[in-house]
Design a protein around this ligand. Structure first.
Ligand code: SIN
Length: 284
């Protein structure tokens, strides 16, 4: 059966129908999935439960996997599959089975504190709360293209530091100290505008707002410019909201999107397994 790609929103996203991600992917589907991912930036596959091995095999369709970054507890969550991350608020036998808890995760892209951040994220829902915990994606290509010309000029050639000390809920990762001067924020430096080597399209590349700094500017000037960029980039007109159902899998372009998550009731259980795909081009 041919794959069907059903648009999900004005800004981005398609649902993939006629496809079972637990099965090996043939060459035709492989190509179609890649093309749709590059074009639409988020692929949603509804209601197909995956084992960890199947999630890994499906994620590898998009490239070699990148191990998760350091979490707040200092050890991989899945001993058998350290290439997977667990996003969860659940505590079992006094131990957190995953990261990020139940709080809001602010707008961010994953692991951009590395020199070569992952190009794709893959998230699979195992258990969900009755409400809350929706995930949102914002299209940074559209955000860049719609910037006023003067703002485009002000960020041309500028580089920002992407904070590696905190996760997206603001928790300090193990081994890091609180940041008191954003000029000293630990993490990779990337151009504020990134050209996708596959498509030639330009995108705003912001990483995450707290503790970011635009190199070479006075701190106040950097803060003001970052606020202006973030206010623009996180408008709802660039965004897609995903309300999860158990066994949904999402694959997104980590380098052309930001994502965030709503908080949810910490008494409920939310368990997601996540893979990330290595970036294969330097960020320029
Ligand atoms: C993340 O921010 O990587 C996790 C998103 C989610 O929990 O929905």
């Amino acid at each position: 059966m041919a794959l069907e790609f059903v648009p999900l929103g004005e800004a981005l996203g398609v649902e993939v129908r006629g496809f079972d991600p637990s099965e090996p992917v043939n060459d035709t589907d492989h190509k179609a999935l890649h093309t749709a991912w590059r074009e639409h930036l988020v692929l949603v596959v509804r209601a197909h439960a995956l084992t960890d091995k199947q999630l890994i095999a499906f994620s590898e369709v998009f490239g070699e996997l990148d191990p998760p970054g350091p979490n707040t507890y200092g050890a991989p969550f899945l001993e058998e599959h350290p290439e997977l991350n667990v996003i969860s608020n659940v505590v079992e036998d006094g131990k957190h089975i995953g990261g990020l808890g139940a709080g809001e995760a602010v707008w961010h892209a994953d692991m951009t504190y590395q020199d070569l951040p992952p190009k794709a994220g893959v998230l699979h829902a195992l258990e969900l709360p009755d409400s809350g915990g929706d995930t949102y994606f914002a299209n940074m290509i559209e955000a860049y293209e719609s910037l006023p010309d003067d703002l485009k000029q002000r960020i041309e050639g500028r580089v920002a530091i992407h904070d590696g000390a905190h996760n997206s809920t603001g928790q300090l990762r193990k081994g890091y100290e609180e940041i008191t001067d954003v000029r000293q924020t630990p993490g990779a430096r990337h151009p504020l505008v990134r050209t996708d080597p596959d498509t030639g399209r330009k995108a705003l590349f912001l990483g995450r707002r707290p503790h970011s700094y635009i190199v070479g500017l006075e701190v106040e000037e950097s803060e003001d410019l970052l606020d202006e960029l973030w206010d623009h980039a996180t408008q709802s007109r660039f965004a897609l909201a995903h309300q999860w159902r158990v066994a949904d899998t999402l694959i997104w372009n980590n380098l052309c999107l930001l994502h965030r998550r709503d908080d949810f009731d910490d008494c409920a259980r939310r368990i997601m397994h996540r893979a990330q795909v290595k970036g294969d081009h330097p960020v320029t």
